[in-house]
Design a protein around this ligand. Sequence first.
Ligand SMILES: [Fe+2]
Length: 259
Amino acid sequence: MFGRDFSGAETSEVGVPQSLVAKRRAALDTASTFSGMAFPERRTALLVLAGLVRSECDVSTLHEAYQDLADAKVIPLLAALRHHCPSTFRHCVRTMKFVMIIVRRLGISRQEHASICVGALLHDIGKLSLPIDLLRLSRELKPAEVEKIRQHSEAGYESICDKRVFGWNAVLDIVRHHHERLDGSGYPLGLAANQISLRTRCVSVGDVFGALTEHRPYRAALSAEKAFGILSDLVAAGKLDGGVVSALGAGLGLAAGPS
Ligand SMILES: [Fe+2]
């Protein structure tokens, strides 16, 4: 469908198409190929494309990320997640948007953007394996329930680890390790510090910020300012990467303050 050469597209001075018009045109071109898809998958693919258009990713990343999702045949998985738990699907798309804000400000090479984008979109795909009643619980979770939910990162990894797509190891890294924390307190492996890649740290921060600013059955959505204060506390506690959190703050016009 799309290669990695967009020489015919509108370009900026650095050779990368940037404008919203170009992104909308790219998304429309991509959507024109959806006619053979079943409705739930077509609708899901359109929602993913809409999220990519509204994100800070450039048009090349939009093309490459969608192509990787299609080549890996994971649109049906995202459609199934959207059917199983719509709020988790929306969270994945929102997380991707925050992550794109971060990666553009951290100087991560553009070649990595598509893999990180796909990793963010798929980071909670393992929740497809969890009972919906567990995902919707509005009370404090019991230890056994926490343990069950913690299985989603490994389950997500196992559900997509057989794909053979360029850059997929980066996607797998993100899906498996997005709940690892720099002080070793995370899961599933208890990785620490430099054992956690920068790309995964970016998704961890986007994930936490996205979760805090979304309504949950057990609490209302927090304001962006309040959520950013909590991120800053997690940096001070040695759990999240301060540079990554600062990049998000810069992109959203937020500064650290009391949470
Ligand atoms: Fe997760």
